[in-house]
Every structure is written in C-alpha cells, then in structure tokens.
Design a protein around this ligand. Structure first.
Ligand code: T3D
Length: 258
C-alpha cells in the first residue's frame, strides 16, 4: 500500500524504511505523506512498543529530492509548513521510543530526521552531512532546534556553517550518535536494541519522552509540576505495579506496556 517506504510490524517493533534507494532515499511529497501515515499507525497500534526508522540500500536519506526542487520554482515556506514540519511533529507526538537506524549517509533533512528521533544507532559506514549550507539553505525540519540541544551550540554552528561530512566515529564522539554498530551486523544489533526497548514499560517511556522534550521549553518549577502530573499517570499503570512486585519477588519484571 505504500510506494516510497516499507512498513513492517514484528515482535513489538515497527520498522519504517525510506525506500527510494536510487536517489539515496531523498524525500518527495509522497514519501513524507507515507511517513506521517506510518508513524500515526505505529503510534496507535498497542502491539507496537518501539519504532525504527531506517533507509534501504546504501543511504539513510539524502534529504529533499533536489530533482523536485530543480523542476520548478517552489514556495519554500509552504514546502516546509505542509511537508516536513508535520512529519517532525509527528515523531514527537508518537509517545513510543523512536530509533534512527542510520545505515549510511544522512544529509540535509535526512540528518534532521535522525536528530528528531530519540536514539541514533549508526553503522560504522554512516556519515552525517548538514548539507543545507552547501546549497545556500538554512538547516530545517527541526535541525536548528535539535542539533544545538544534542551536541551544544558551538559544535552545531560549526556543522551548520561548514556542511562538512561527519564520520560515525566523530558523530559518537560529539554525542550525535548513541552507538556505532558494525556494518555487517547492523540490522541484528538494531533489532536487539529495539527489542530491549520494546520490552520496557511503554506507557512510562511515552511519558518520559513527553516530559523530557517539554522540559526543554519549561522552567524548573514548571518541569517539577509536569513530572508530578506524569508520575500520577505512570504510578497508576500495570507496569508500575508489576515492577514493584517483581522487585520484592526478586525476579525480572514482565512489562505489558500499559
Ligand atoms: O524546498 C526545499 O528544498 C526545502 C527543504 C530542504 C530540505 C533539505 O533536505 S535541503 C538539502 C538537500 N540535500 C542535499 O543537498 C544533499 C545532496 N546530496 C549530497 O550532498 C550527496 O549526494 C551525499 C553527501 C548525500 C552523498 O554523496 P555520495 O558521494 O556518497 O553520493 P552521490 O554520488 O552524490 O549520490 C548518489 C546518488 O544519489 C546520485 O544519483 P546517481 O548519480 O547515482 O544517479 C545522486 O544524484 C543521488 N542523490 C543524492 N542526494 C540526492 C540525490 N538525488 C536527489 N536528491 C538528493 N538530495
């Protein structure tokens, strides 16, 4: 049913693969619509307890399809407001852990997409390119928001000014990548990591995600209040009860995600 992505759900993990390998998974309007739809599906499905975003072929994503841009004059503001911005916001609205499995190059909005995910697992062959400046543009799709928050302002400005390629090792060193995986075992390592996240208290994880991202916009006092609000919900979940029971019974908890 999808043309530009592949969407699969298995063992509690929804995998969304950008699927235009001939253009290094460059984004088209169709691909973005499909991404938003798949994210909504994964968000609603109680069987899904972790989401993995990746790319087919050699790349994660080279960002906006420049063929589309070259084809005609475009309204850049509308382009972002109607396409990329809703996709980035949908990642935040999806209260489940989202992993960017960066299998190859992540450039332009492809890099921004990876930054908007909660965790970045990168293949040793992955490369990040804040490519916007190379074509005279400003980092978009949340790039100006997430990059300085993840790696700090000084380094973020450097990457955005220079548009230089950052290797997987360098990405790990500066805190852009959570883990570097061997290219050979990349899929297996990603599934193992996602499998672990999919067995955690999903409702609680969703609340952690919401509260932590919200805290970036709030004062300490507001954050403390929001933590209390979130804890009221988490404290009433089956998973909280199970966690405490398992602790006293000296066994591993079996969380159901609710
Ligand atoms: O309206 C707006 O534009 C606003 C929205 C902006 C969002 C953005 O994402 S702006 C940034 C757009 N992306 C770029 O500028 C990146 C352009 N690509 C590159 O810089 C390089 O291709 C890469 C660093 C990504 C990879 O380099 P390399 O040497 O490993 O591969 P390559 O040979 O350059 O590319 C491989 C193929 O993918 C090639 O096709 P071919 O010659 O084999 O048929 C290339 O044309 C194609 N490709 C790569 N990037 C794009 C692309 N095709 C269309 N659009 C692309 N962005």
């Amino acid at each position: 049913m999808y043309e530009a992505i592949v969407f699969e759900v298995s063992a509690g993990i929804a995998t969304i693969a950008l699927n235009r390998p001939g253009t290094f998974n460059a984004f088209t309007e169709q691909m973005i619509k499909e991404m938003i739809d798949a994210l909504k599906k994964a968000g609603k499905d109680p069987n899904v307890r972790c989401v993995v975003l990746t790319g087919t072929g050699r790349a994660f994503s080279a960002g906006q399809d420049l063929g589309e841009v070259q084809a005609g004059p475009i309204d850049f503001g509308a382009f972002l407001r109607e396409r990329y911005n809703p996709m980035i916001l949908q990642l935040q609205k999806t209260e489940k852990p989202i992993i960017a499995a960066v299998n190859g190059v992540a450039a332009g909005a492809g890099m921004s997409l990876a930054l908007a995910c909660d965790i970045r697992l990168v293949s040793e062959h992955a490369v990040f390119v804040n490519a916007f400046v190379n074509i005279g543009l400003v980092p978009d799709s949340g790039g100006c928001y997430f990059l300085p928050r993840i790696i700090g302002l000084g380094k973020a400005l450097e990457l955005a000014f220079t548009g230089e390629k950052i290797s997987a090792e360098e990405a790990y060193r500066i805190g852009l990548a959570n883990r570097v995986c061997s290219a050979e075992k990349f899929d297996t390592e990603v599934l193992e990591y996602a499998g672990k996240l999919a067995k955690l208290p999903t409702k609680g994880i969703g609340l952690i995600k919401r509260t932590m991202y919200k805290s970036l916009q709030m004062s300490l006092q507001e954050t403390l209040e929001y933590e209390a609000f979130a804890q009221e919900i988490a404290g009433n979940t089956d998973d909280h009860k199970e966690g405490v029971e398992a602790f006293f019974q000296k066994r591993k908890p079996v969380f159901q995600g609710r």
